[in-house]
Design a protein around this ligand. Structure first.
Ligand code: BGC
Length: 790
């Protein structure tokens, strides 16, 4: 995308000084949306509804269908533009919203055409994929989930909303909350990983952040961005991890694991839901009246609008459930898809379908009613230019406070995977540092996959971050080594030389940003290209030259920095490299945040939101699996395992180290017995037993030991990211409520069953203290069974 402006003040702000940053997690208070919160969401106001009724009465059928039509913009030299003929369509009332078009000034012009030159003067909506930032880019969602800090995540979304709305946008297609248990699936980078509880926390946090508060109350403020929870449903269950593939799930797994994060977004007041491309067991989502009717609207009470995914309605033809576009349109509208994204199916065929009686006019009307209500809630009928303030656009584009917050979010997202013999942090008073690797200076990858209007030239790479951190007195040499994914060996010798010369080595390896995200599944999640060769060469060179640089007992420090949008299978690296940090794709401040961690200006505290397998063949592997009747036992051949692999992952869910250590003790339950329906308090002492301050994510898991159905071996039901100083002990308290103990029984009722439960509290999913309690009394039914999947 072409850059628009980049004043010197902004350039300076790209380098917020480290001293200006708090050492550890600051208290995060999300800036409220500009207007004071209303008591009732404007989205559902009676006045909005009456207004929509009155407009509907004036509309022709074609104008109504126009409101359901969303058209994509096109890139151009000067930024995104409407396609040829677009303005005429706006004038004719044939377009209700655009996607991928922004700019306070440009969208003002289009809004003017809509509200002054079309018959009914209905304003337009402008939507875009603002996934992890607009121009200031924050860590990719998988990375943000690794922070285990919903307040921080809400804050990033809030700032992204401020920036995006200042550019004329009303609506984002985020959060993406698809649970993914198969890291071959490239879109795992866009979600929060494998766990439904963590996923739900992140989902709600991001909805609140975008929309400026809870329950859609702030919608209507000029900095509140309408959120879209996607992709409904279970898109992350793609068989074989191949994007767009079919999903085979039991109803139980759908309800237990995949649906909770969407429901959390609905509870947080999300304005839109987007349908998913996949089918579940033969029913494509875009044709599923069960998903949008029974589950979304009836069971969850969703009152916003539903948008198709790009082309998803006409894809009902290759799915094999519609013979032509006309049939596809009817299926889509009947299923409950209100807005047709970029497909032109509704605009081309719904008119004829209504006129011939194939579909009731009332279905069109209720979809249009929802769209009008949303436009009314944004205040666009009163003032269509509320989001078109060029001064605001200038004020918030790459605002200094956004860049600082992006760096804070990035530091929190980093996970320390290994740190033998305190290799890290590195010393800044070193003579020569070699920064090696194909990703070390890759600006585009640092930004991550859905970088909206993010510009690579406004991004700090690891190389830039290291240089800035150590200053001019330290010699920093850079060698690219091998490319990310080709067999080119020409750079290996230079990398070896650099490693031999340096006193400390930072080796940046992984995947480019384009190797994850949409349509970017990989059949192998091992390190691509010759990067393992490069790592071997660098490690060998470092070892050989060590004796000449430092004493024999202090090997030359080598820190591997991983950049990737999915778990990687890196068993050899994990064995051989002295230190590894997982940096994902951290956005505008990638390199600054990595340098903060490398040199100890920040003590990493992130944890893995997804299991890292040893090899691709170990997939699917996730911590909340069922036990089976023959759980893995190396001493017993006839148990559930592979002959050629340990059963454990390389790094488990919830894992992450720190430069300090934490000791857990005194796990205490407020009661050994509770009645079903009661709650319980769990407390634990967490001592910072090392020599520096740091963050720890205290994790709480439960298991119903004996239940009517087989429960996962443990389920995350709580977490807290705490900061503590060296030597401090903090008592961390959780409340376990009936919802956390509930399961779907054989009738699919949501129940708490009496019996014993195990509580696990610890630093990762496989390093925990345990305690037990008993639930007494009768089975407590929290919810009746949902309607059967169809
Ligand atoms: C993706 C969606 C995205 C949409 C609009 C689709 O291909 O699946 O996640 O929101 O495009 O860009």
């Amino acid at each position: 995308m072409k850059r628009k402006f980049f004043p010197a003040a902004i350039a300076a702000a790209l380098w917020p000084s480290v001293s200006a940053l708090p050492a550890q997690t600051p208290a995060v208070v999300a800036p409220a949306a500009i207007q004071t919160q209303a008591r009732e969401s404007p989205l559902f106001s009676a006045r909005g509804s009456q207004f929509a009724d009155s407009v509907l009465k004036l509309m022709t059928l074609d104008e109504k269908i126009g409101q359901l039509n969303q058209s994509p913009g096109e890139g151009s030299q000067t930024g995104p533009r409407v396609p040829v003929g677009g303005e005429a369509l706006i004038r004719a009332g044939r377009i209700g919203s655009f996607l991928g078009i922004w700019g306070a000034d440009y969208t003002r012009g289009l809004q003017r055409v809509a509200t002054q030159e079309s018959r009914l003067r209905i304003p337009l909506l402008f939507a875009m994929d603002v996934i992890h930032g607009f121009r200031t880019i924050y860590p990719v969602p998988l990375a943000e989930a690794a922070s285990f800090d919903p307040a921080r995540v809400e804050f990033s979304a809030r700032q992204a909303a401020v920036e995006a709305t200042a550019h004329g946008l009303h609506w984002t297609f985020a959060p993406m909350v698809d649970i993914a248990r198969d890291p071959r699936w490239g879109r795992i980078v866009e979600g929060a990983g494998e766990d439904p509880y963590l996923g739900s926390s992140m989902s709600a946090a991001r909805v609140r952040g975008f929309q400026g508060g809870d329950s859609a109350l702030s919608i209507g403020a000029p900095d509140a961005l309408l959120a879209t929870v996607k992709h409904f449903a279970a898109y992350g269950g793609a068989e074989g991890g191949r994007d767009y593939n079919s999903v085979e799930l039991t109803e139980r797994t759908l309800w237990e694991t995949y649906l909770p994060p969407y429901e959390a977004a609905v509870r947080a007041g999300v304005a839109f839901v987007m349908a998913s491309f996949n089918d579940i067991g033969g029913t494509p989502s875009h044709a599923s009246d069960w998903l949008f009717g029974d589950v979304l609207r009836q069971r969850w009470g969703f009152r916003g609008a539903v948008v198709s995914d790009w082309g998803g309605i006409s894809e009902l033809i290759p799915h094999g459930v519609a013979a032509n576009r006309g049939e596809a349109g009817i299926l889509g509208l009947r299923a409950g898809i209100d807005i047709d994204m970029s497909d032109n199916v509704y605009i081309d065929s719904l008119g004829a379908a209504v006129r011939s009686g194939k579909i009731p006019q009332a279905l069109v009307d209720s979809a249009v009613h929802r769209v009008l209500r949303i436009k009314y809630a944004l205040g666009l009928f009163q003032d269509p230019y509320r989001f078109n303030d060029v001064a605001r656009e200038r004020r918030y584009t790459l605002a200094a406070e956004h860049l600082v917050a992006s760096r804070l979010a990035a530091r929190e997202a980093i996970v320390l995977l290994k740190n033998s013999s305190k290799t890290l942090p590195l010393r800044k008073d070193t003579h020569t540092i070699a920064v090696i690797g194909p990703l070390a200076d890759d600006r585009r990858s640092s930004l991550g996959g859905w970088a909206a209007d993010g510009h690579p030239d406004e991004t700090l790479t690891v190389l830039a971050g290291v240089r800035a951190a150590v200053g001019p007195s330290v010699k920093v040499i850079y060698a690219r080594g091998s490319p990310v994914d080709t067999a080119d060996t020409t750079g290996l010798a230079a990398a070896r030389d650099a490693a031999a010369q340096a006193d400390a080595i930072v080796l940046v390896l992984g995947e480019t940003e384009s190797m994850s995200s949409e349509a970017s599944s990989r059949s192998s999640i091992e390190l691509p290209g010759l990067q393992l060769e490069l790592a071997r060469a660098v490690l060998r060179a470092a070892r050989r030259s060590t004796a000449f640089v430092q004493t024999d007992t202090t090997p030359k420090p080598v820190a591997v920095v991983l950049m990737n949008g999915r778990p990687l299978a890196i068993p050899e690296l994990a064995r051989e490299a002295p230190a590894i940090i997982e940096s994902w794709f951290l956005g505008s401040q990638h390199g600054a945040a990595v340098a903060d961690v490398l040199f100890g200006d920040y003590n990493p505290g992130g944890k893995l939101p997804v299991t890292f397998p040893r090899v691709t063949g170990q997939i699917p592997i996730y911590y909340n699996h069922r036990n089976t009747g023959r759980p893995s036992d190396t001493a017993n051949h006839y148990t559930s395992k592979y002959l050629d692999l340990p059963s454990s992952p390389l790094f488990p869910f919830g894992y992450g180290l720190s430069y300090t250590t934490f000791a857990y003790s005194n796990l205490h339950l407020s009661s050994a017995t509770i009645a079903a329906g009661d709650s319980l308090e769990v407390s634990v002492d967490v001592k910072n037993s090392g020599d520096r301050g740091g963050d720890e994510v205290v994790q709480l898991y439960v298991r119903d030991d004996v239940a009517s159905v087989e429960e996962p071996v443990k389920r995350l039901v709580g977490f807290q990211r705490i900061a503590s100083r060296a030597g401090d002990t903090r008592t961390v308290t959780f409340r376990i409520r009936p919802q956390s103990l509930a399961l779907y029984d054989r009738q699919m009722r949501r129940v708490v069953e009496p019996g014993t439960f195990t509580v696990f509290v610890g630093t990762s999913s496989d390093d925990v203290l345990t305690a037990h309690f008993t639930v007494t009394g009768d089975v407590l039914v929290l919810a009746s069974p949902p309607t059967r999947f169809r």
